[in-house]
Structure formats: C-alpha cells, structure tokens
Design a protein around this ligand. Structure first.
Ligand code: ADP
Length: 391
C-alpha cells in the first residue's frame, strides 16, 4: 500500500512516497520557491533525479505537479493507488496528544495554534488543503512534532514566569523533532533489550534538539515554546539572556522582530564563526585553524554536553546516547567534541568506530553508556501513523 508523507513549508513542499507496511521509500522530492517565477521541482525515483524549473504559483499547483510527476514517471498508474496522506505539523500545542485524522475541525484546531508557530502552521494548512482537494477520498493524517513531548511533566514544560502567560496564551515548552526523537529512541530501547531505559537523543541538524527519553517517554527536551530555545544550531542561538533584547534595541535601534530574526537567522554556527551555517564548512575552517569556527563547534558541544549531564541527573542515570540527523549522523568531529566532555557520566567514544560512516555503535568497550549513531526517518513515523489511524 502506498502512503505519501508531506512536509509543507511557507514556500516549499517536501514529499516521500512509501510502500507500507514494508516502510520502503519509492519516490521523493521537493518543490521549492513556491509563489516564485523561478520555482523548482526536484523529483527522485529509481536512483534518478529530475529537475523542472519555472513558475509555480501556489501550493495547489505544487501538489498537482507532485501527482503529475508520480503518474508521468510510472511510480503510480492511477491516483487511487495512494491510500493515505500524512502531514507533518510542527505545532500541536496541548490540543493534540496523538496524531489526528484530518477533518474541518482538526484543521481549525491547527489554525488556532498559528500564534505558537507563525512560520509553520499556516503553511501546513495550505499544504493540507491542497492535498484534500487533490485526493478528496483519501485519509489524511496530521502528525505533530510536539506530540511525543506531551508526556513531559509540569516541572519540565513550565517556565518560571507569570502563570497567567501559560493560562492565557499557552506559554510553555512544547519541544520539536518529536517524530525523530521517538523513532530513534524506539530503536535504541529495543537494542537495550530491557524495560527501564534512560536514553538521551541528540537530534543535530540545521535545527537541533536534545531529549531525555525515560521508559519510552519524553521527560524533557531542549526546544521550548519555539525551536529557538536550547542549544546553538546552524543559525539559531539557543538559550540567551533575554536582557540582550533591551541592550541591542538600545544600541542598534532594532525592534523585537529584528532581534528575533538575528537570534534565529544570524546566530549559532553562522553568528559565532562568521563562516557558514553548514557544519561541513565550519569543520573545514576549524581544521585550517580558524579560531571562531573552532569556537562555534566548542560552544555547541559544551551546551549539548551540559544538557546531557542535566538529563543524566533528571533520569537518575543514562543507558544510551543516540546521535541522529544531518550533523549527528555525519559529523564525527562534532560527536567527538561532545562525548569528550562526558567522562563524568561514564561515556567514552571508540575513535575508530566514530570515524566510520553509517548506522553503528561508537562507544568504547569500557564505556558505561552505549553511544549509537542511528539515522532518523521522520517520514516512516508519519506513514506508520497513517497506517495506525486508517484502521
Ligand atoms: P534540517 O533537516 O534541520 O534542515 P539536516 O538534518 O539535513 O537539517 O542537517 C543539516 C546539517 O547536516 C548541515 O550542517 C550539514 O553540514 C550536515 N550534514 C549533512 N550531510 C553531511 C555529511 N555527509 N557530512 C557532514 N555533515 C553533513
């Protein structure tokens, strides 16, 4: 059975078609710069890549192109072969404790959370509506980045701020990358082969978050109300003292939105190094002796190690650390910089294993904590939920 997993952004639409329950990717692609004259549609199938450029006015047109591509390249022979659509939705607030079959009410609920994810939720709704129009008789499921973190206890998700902010506006920690944290922590728990498990997942990509997963449940995570909180990322600062707002507003005459933009887009690797937001460029520059590039890696590694240490205390121990996402899976230098700081929790790297590629154990034989690289697969989690809810 074919299920399509969709991730709609404000000007892009990513998709992956999967054969289920085998969980096999059949085709994938991305439409970028939607609404633009020089939009681009990249379609991958059978090891080949097709690129089409031109004007793509809106998400409906993008969905049409995706379906046209699937038919044209013979991935499907008729539309009815697609038996379910799963949509990634960044923010489910406290309204969604599980994935949800999409109807008008669910769409309205997602829209009611727009204030909490102004860049993401409105775009998801456009994508959802476009697919509902194109495939009106097919089950559509919303899968939220936040659901997995709904198990956090109050003391993890509440900020120590005026309580009315939470009551009136939902100001609290929601976390992100939930499907990824769940996917890799389930694999890690199986490998540990026991009931009580204490796992820290380090999802480190352009966006990055660290989660404490105890007995299969998220008990704390580094991202907060928005994906700005937590550790430094490609372009995001992670935690800062909010007093910075007042200082920079005064010194540079910037508005709150402009400063938020600096913290979201001009900080992290990019802000500290002045070189790039991409870990590959940063690692290269650091190798060549660029001090600020080295600093960008060290600051992030320190903050991640700090989180792991605090989650060790929170869970009363640690069985395994899992690295995943673009940097976690590929950047051995970043993993090394982090684990080098973790001798106090008994974590020790096997440098040879850490240097090799792919899914693997990278802990030393005498490490008290298992360390694994486990590639994430958010699309599979989305497709699994479509399968579960269509029954
Ligand atoms: P996101 O999904 O948050 O946009 P990704 O998980 O794709 O981000 O991660 C992007 C990051 O992963 C970039 O910093 C990139 O340098 C890094 N990355 C991806 N592939 C590799 C690789 N083969 N070697 C080293 N780093 C990589």
């Amino acid at each position: 059975m074919k299920i399509i997993a969709v991730n709609a952004g404000s000007s892009s639409l990513k998709f992956q078609l999967l054969e289920m329950p085998e969980e096999k990717e059949i085709a994938s692609g991305i439409v970028e710069r939607i609404g633009n004259k020089n939009a681009e549609f990249t379609f991958k199938f059978n090891g080949e890549k097709f690129v089409k450029k031109g004007e793509i006015l809106d998400h409906s047109k993008a969905v049409e192109l995706v379906i046209e591509g699937l038919l044209k390249h013979g991935v499907i022979n008729k539309l009815e072969e697609i038996e379910g659509v799963g949509h990634r939705v960044v923010q489910g607030g406290e309204l969604f404790k599980d994935s949800a079959v999409i109807d008008d009410e669910v769409v309205a609920k997602i829209a009611s959370l727009n204030d909490l994810a102004p860049l993401h939720n409105p775009a998801h709704i456009i994508g959802i509506n476009a697919f509902r129009k194109a495939l009106p008789n097919v089950i559509q499921v919303a899968v939220f980045d936040t659901t997995f973190h709904q198990t956090m206890p109050e003391e993890s998700y509440l900020y120590s701020v005026p309580f009315e902010w939470y009551e009136k506006y939902g100001v609290r920690k929601y976390g992100a990358h939930g499907t990824s944290h769940q996917y890799v922590s389930e694999i890690a728990a199986k490998r540990l082969g026991k009931e009580d498990t204490k796992i820290v997942v380090c999802h480190i990509g352009n966006g990055a978050s660290i989660t404490a997963v105890k007995n299969g449940k998220s008990v704390d995570t580094s991202m907060g109300l928005t994906p700005l909180e937590g550790i430094p990322m490609g372009t995001r600062s992670g935690n800062v003292d909010p007093t910075i707002f007042g200082l920079i507003a005064k010194k540079e005459g910037k508005s709150i939105d402009q400063i938020l933009n600096d913290l979201n887009k001009h900080s992290g690797y990019l802000g500290v190094s002045g070189v790039s937001h991409d870990s590959r460029d940063i690692v290269d520059a650091a190798h060549q002796g660029n001090h600020r590039a080295q600093l960008a890696i060290t600051i992030q590694a320190k903050r991640i190690a700090d989180y792991i240490g605090s989650y060790f205390v929170l869970m009363g121990g640690l069985d395994a650390i899992v690295f995943t996402a673009g940097i976690g899976e590929n950047a051995k230098e970043v993993r090394e910089a982090i684990v080098d700081r973790l001798s106090a929790v008994g974590a020790k790297l096997d440098p040879v294993a850490n240097n090799s590629r792919g899914e693997k154990e990278i802990s030393a034989a005498d490490s008290k904590v298992k360390i694994w690289v486990i590639p994430t697969n958010e699309e599979v989690m989305i497709a699994r939920d479509v399968m579960r809810l269509r029954k």
